[in-house]
Write a protein that binds this ligand. Structure first.
Ligand code: CP3
Length: 354
């Protein structure tokens, strides 16, 4: 397939087509560990100021690519733009992470939830996608993304991050119908949102089910995975004759890899707890795998980073279908030189496996 890109290694790996090395990008590759990001954020005034201004979003999306020869760019935005567009009022208080002014706490606010108008309320995101594609100029592909309905619901009900997810789980167990209603509206919103990103130029999309792993087996299969599956089914799969692969990442989802790989996705993202070779044996004939180095490895020395990279590459083994990544976002305390060492190690050490 001709992707019309100077470097299409990432897209080929997602579709399990031959490549000459293992491509990589890093979750949260544009972020606070980069001094140039902190500088731009200061200019913009805030994190949301970066997200909501397509010029700034483009600038910070490109920053990690200017430093490192990464194989993909990811849209600079956040999963919480969707509930923000639904009227929940997203804000960031210093050091406390994301919060909502109007979390979903009662039946009437849940029943009042509406699918946002993407063209109007999330126009800044699709405008950023268009602008980033232009700026990338066919160098590497651009990844669009969204949260999964369950992960978005966690933030919408909790009103922010949580240690135990007690509010959202209590709602789920006490009022499963109301929980399903939130998930239903979120699913429609996410399908529209991801397809709008694809129409604007995203060449692959990733669904982050960052908190799916806090659920029981039964709850995951009732409240998270079926909705992710409906999103995958509702996505645009091909545009202008070119495939648009999708990746489903469930943090803590290794134990459910068989069911996740069965929902029709092209690739499964893995956190660092599962051996990627075992994952490949189980589902490698169906999906590509993305992952899965512990981001904390980047605190260790460049030599130690190389050792860990080799372990993951050799565990995956020979052939295509692997996109190297961290098992979760890069820490803000990471030394950028160590990120450079990771990129170099993956590119060099992976050649012998292709
Ligand atoms: O990967 C990239 O470079 C793209 C940008 C991106 C961000 N958030 C930027 C961001 C992506 C893909 C996300 C996804 C996201 N956002 C997820 C799913 C991935 C995951 O981490 O599991 C989640 C759960 C969120 C919600 C969110 N946004 C949290 C919990 C936080 C605080 C995290 C922290 O480290 O403080 C954010 C803020 C956020 N999103 C930052 C960035 C760069 C830090 C904001 C800052 O500059 O202060």
């Amino acid at each position: 397939m001709d992707f019309k890109l100077k470097n299409d290694t990432f897209l080929r790996a997602l579709l399990r087509q031959p490549t000459t090395y293992t491509p990589l990008w890093m979750m949260r590759q544009a972020g606070r560990y980069l001094p140039e990001y902190r500088e731009t954020r200061k200019q913009a005034g805030s994190f949301l100021g970066l997200c909501k201004n397509p010029d700034y979003a483009t600038e910070v999306t490109l920053q990690p690519l200017e430093r490192f020869p990464l194989d993909a760019a990811i849209l600079f935005s956040d999963i919480l733009t969707v509930p923000d567009a639904m009227g929940l009022g997203l804000y960031f208080s210093d050091g406390e992470g994301p919060k909502f002014e109007r979390p979903l706490r009662d039946e009437s606010s849940i029943k009042a939830l509406r699918v946002p108008d993407i063209d109007k309320d999330l126009r800044y995101v699709t405008d950023a996608v268009t602008q980033i594609r232009k700026a990338l100029d066919g160098s590497v592909p651009l990844i669009g993304f969204s949260g999964s309905p369950f992960t978005l619901s966690c933030y919408m009900v909790e009103g922010g991050g949580s240690e135990d997810y007690a509010k959202v789980k209590t709602l789920m167990y006490n009022e499963p119908k109301l929980m399903h209603h939130i998930l239903e509206i979120s699913t429609q919103a996410v399908i529209n949102y991801l397809n709008a990103q694809i129409e604007a130029g995203a060449q692959a999309v990733m669904i982050f089910d960052s908190w799916g792993g806090v659920l029981s087996h039964a709850a995951f299969h009732e409240f998270s995975l079926p909705y992710t599956q409906r999103i995958v089914e509702g996505l645009i799969k091909e545009k202008d004759g070119v495939k648009i692969p999708n990746i489903v990442f469930t943090k803590g989802g290794g134990i459910w890899i068989d069911s996740i790989a069965n929902i029709g996705c092209d690739a499964v993202g893995l956190d660092w707890t599962m051996d990627i070779g075992i994952a490949r044996q189980k589902v490698g004939h169906k999906v590509a795998l993305q992952g899965n180095m512990d981001p904390v490895v980047l605190f260790a020395s460049p030599n130690a980073i190389e050792v860990e990279v080799e372990k993951i590459l050799s565990s995956y083994g020979f052939g295509s279908g692997h996109v190297f990544n961290l098992g979760h976002g890069i820490s803000q305390h990471t030394n950028p030189d160590h990120a450079a060492a990771l990129v170099k190690a993956v590119h060099e050490l992976s050649k012998k496996y292709h």
